[in-house]
Every structure is written in structure tokens, then in C-alpha cells.
Design a protein around this ligand. Structure first.
Ligand SMILES: *Cc1c(COP(=O)(O)O)cnc(C)c1O
Length: 395
């Protein structure tokens, strides 16, 4: 009989799209003992303060505020900057990007993305600006940086704020500089599925101490001190157990990133030249985090995306159609003028043609080979190669 506890992935038959990074349990116990001893469970305790500092150092940023999750961090970022009216954003993302705007009474305005890097194009952003626009919320999709310079130029020209949803961009650098240092604020997610996780968690990165102070008020109900409440804040605090978990994760993150790099190289070696499959293009000036392995399938050359997706599934491989449906296709958004498919042709195409393949530390190279074999079996070229080689054997 198979017991769930026998297996750290508790799903041995299936290869999932991701599997959370977990530190060795015995290394976590001393942290818990310290918490039990101090009885400090939350409210900016010592582990919380230490994790803010260590993460800022690790990431190469000045000011970082931890949050209970990335969505609360996104919502708080908009409050901290007093954003109103319309915010230009991408439909090719996780729903939380737009939902965080709606929870602030803001109107998301969807603009189209670039087929080369899946990110908002500066041209589409500029076209979407109206007198009600106050901010832009781009996503560094799959951890590949947006065109941060052009976006800043547009923001400066039109007097807009830029808040990056950097949920995929932990550790990413552009010309040696953290990608989190661009724009007015960047927001990370430390959800279990992300490259670096605190089970649930997130952070806002901002450029100055005054802004961090305001963010810290906002994430603690608006309390500036014991008796003064300066804003209608929320409870966005990360607790001590999860902060300690994060400190321990940080000790293992470089090994995890290296494993992701090796697996990505393996995928690239086998899929990089396959006709009808486009893999991510990482520019030379980018230090990437190997967060996802999306493949863009040309259905005219290969096969239908969903046929490949279901064939993988039949073999126990759970790829994910990130991001399908587009955010703009969900019921609460699809009547928006900017959600019209004709306004978002590239995002629509990507949404119908991308599969994210499994990628996480602990994925084996034989599993990668199995996944690629299944994908290759849809390739006409490979079929031709196989036929000729079997002819050669009989002849
Ligand atoms: C994961 C994710 C979020 C939400 O983060 P949570 O920590 O789960 O709240 C927001 N945006 C994007 C792009 C994400 O991938």
C-alpha cells in the first residue's frame, strides 16, 4: 500500500509542472525552537526583520517589505502610490495582476504583448494611454525583463507611475543590475510554486526609506505608532514561521537555481532546434532565473497545442497552459473594450499556443528526455528521420 507520507512529492506517477523547493526538515527545527522560546510569532519579529535584510542583500535592492502574499503586496503598492483611474496592464499573466487593480477600484486597460518575450510592448502601452491613465503595471513574464527603458521613457513623458508585477523575476538581472530596481515599485511573490518560496509570501521593492515606511504602515492596518493610524491599511504581514522558512530557503536557493539552469540547458539542447517549437530567447545582457520553460508551438508545423498537452497528460506529465485563458477572457473583464481579442492578437496567439513544461529542482534528466520524446513524436521532421533510419536497418 502506498502511503502519502512515503513520498516528498506525494504524486510519484505524475510529473507536475513544478514542485516546491523544500529545505531539509531537520534544518528547520532549530528555527522553530527559537520561535517557541521567544514566543514572537508575527508583527515584524526578528526573523521577519532578518529576512528583509538578507533578501535585499541577496537581490541587490535597497528597500524591501515582506508581505503575506504577492497579491496583497500588489494591492498595497497601488495604495502606497495613490493610483487612481486606469492602469495599463498585460492580459498574458496570472489573474492576480488585474485582480489587484480591481480590488483598488482601478480599471485595468489591457494592451498587447511582444511575441519575442511575451511582455507588454511600449507601442501598445502608448496607444492605450487616456486622460484617466495614471499608471502602468507590466509583468516580467517568465522572468524575462520588460523593455524597462522604453517603459520609463513613456512613464516620464506622460507622468505615469510604473509598478512591475515581478512575481516571476526573483534574482533576475539586467546588465548586472537587479530588474527589481526599475520603475516606482516592483512586487515579488514567494508562493510555493515560485522559484523562491516562503510557502505563501511576497514583497514590495521600493527605492527609498520614506516609501518603505509608508508601505510598512499600510501592511499593518495603517498604524504609525501605538495610537496613530495614518491610512486605511490592511493586514499584509508575513509571520515568523514563514520568515524563518525563507531564511533557510535562501541558504539553498543558489543550488536550486543551478539545478534549474542545468535542466533548462538539457531541454534547450533537445528542443532548441526542433522545427515548429520556439523556446524563450534570453538576451545576452540578462541574468535569468530559469523560472519557467514555455514552448511556443507552431500548429502548422507541429501539431495542435492541445493535442500535445493531452498527450503529455496521458503519460502523466502535467504541463500547464500558462496563460490560458487570458485574463481578459475571464467573465469580469471580457466586456471591457480593451479586452476585445482584436486588441490583443499576439496575447491571444500565445495563449492558444504555449505550454509550460515541468521545471523544478529534483526533476530528473530521464524525465526531461521522456517529455521531449513525446513532443518530438509530433514533429514531422523526426517522423521522417525515424522512417529513413528504419528503412536503413531493413535494407
Ligand atoms: C504568483 C503570481 C501572483 C500572485 O502571487 P501570490 O503570492 O500567489 O498572491 C501575481 N502575479 C503573477 C504574475 C504571479 O505569477
Amino acid at each position: 500500500m502506498k502511503k502519502i507520507g512515503d513520498n516528498p512529492h506525494y504524486d510519484r506517477e505524475n510529473v507536475l509542472v513544478t514542485s516546491p523547493l523544500l529545505p531539509p526538515l531537520e534544518e528547520f527545527i532549530p528555527y522553530l525552537e527559537e520561535i517557541w522560546q521567544s514566543k514572537r510569532l508575527t508583527n515584524g519579529g526578528p526573523f521577519h526583520q532578518q529576512l528583509e535584510k538578507e533578501l535585499a542583500d541577496y537581490l541587490g535592492v535597497q528597500h524591501l517589505s515582506l508581505f503575506a502574499n504577492g497579491t496583497l503586496a500588489l494591492m498595497t503598492a497601488m495604495q502606497a502610490l495613490r493610483i487612481t483611474g486606469e492602469v495599463i496592464t498585460t492580459p498574458y499573466s496570472f489573474v492576480a495582476t488585474s485582480h489587484s487593480l480591481m480590488w483598488n477600484g482601478l480599471t485595468p486597460v489591457f494592451a498587447d504583448v511582444d511575441p519575442a518575450n511575451y511582455n507588454l510592448t511600449p507601442e501598445a502601452i502608448e496607444r492605450a494611454i487616456t486622460p484617466r491613465t495614471t499608471a502602468i503595471m507590466p509583468v516580467h513574464c517568465y522572468g524575462v525583463p520588460c523593455d524597462v527603458e522604453r517603459i520609463q521613457e513613456i512613464a516620464d513623458t506622460y507622468g505615469l507611475k510604473v509598478i512591475y508585477d515581478a512575481a516571476h523575476a526573483f534574482g533576475v538581472k539586467l546588465n548586472g543590475e537587479s530588474i527589481l530596481n526599475f520603475g516606482d515599485m516592483s512586487v515579488l511573490s514567494f508562493h510555493a510554486t515560485k522559484v523562491f518560496n516562503t510557502i505563501e509570501g511576497g514583497a514590495i521593492i521600493c527605492p527609498d526609506a520614506k516609501t518603505k515606511k509608508r508601505i510598512d504602515y499600510l501592511k499593518n492596518f495603517g498604524f504609525a505608532n501605538e495610537t496613530t493610524v495614518v491610512a486605511t491599511g490592511i493586514n499584509g504581514k508575513l509571520n515568523e514561521v514563514q520568515a524563518a522558512f525563507g531564511l533557510l530557503q535562501l541558504k539553498h536557493i543558489d543550488v536550486a537555481l543551478e539545478q534549474r539552469r542545468e535542466l533548462t540547458t538539457h531541454y534547450m539542447k533537445r528542443l532548441g532546434k526542433l522545427e515548429g517549437i520556439q523556446t524563450l530567447i534570453i538576451p545576452d545582457e540578462v541574468e535569468w532565473n530559469y523560472s519557467y520553460f514555455p514552448i511556443l508551438i507552431n500548429e502548422e508545423v507541429m501539431a495542435k497545442r492541445d493535442d500535445i498537452y493531452h498527450a503529455l497528460q496521458k503519460n502523466g506529465i502535467m504541463g500547464r497552459r500558462y496563460f490560458y485563458p487570458l485574463i481578459s477572457q475571464f467573465a469580469m473583464y471580457k466586456e471591457f473594450a480593451s479586452a476585445a481579442p482584436s486588441n490583443l492578437p499576439v496575447a491571444q496567439y500565445l495563449s492558444s499556443n504555449v505550454i509550460c513544461l515541468p521545471l523544478y529542482p529534483g526533476l530528473s534528466s530521464s524525465e526531461v528526455n521522456k517529455i521531449v520524446d513525446i513532443i518530438e513524436s509530433f514533429s514531422r521532421d523526426i517522423t521522417a528521420v525515424n522512417e529513413s533510419s528504419s528503412l536503413g536497418m531493413t535494407g
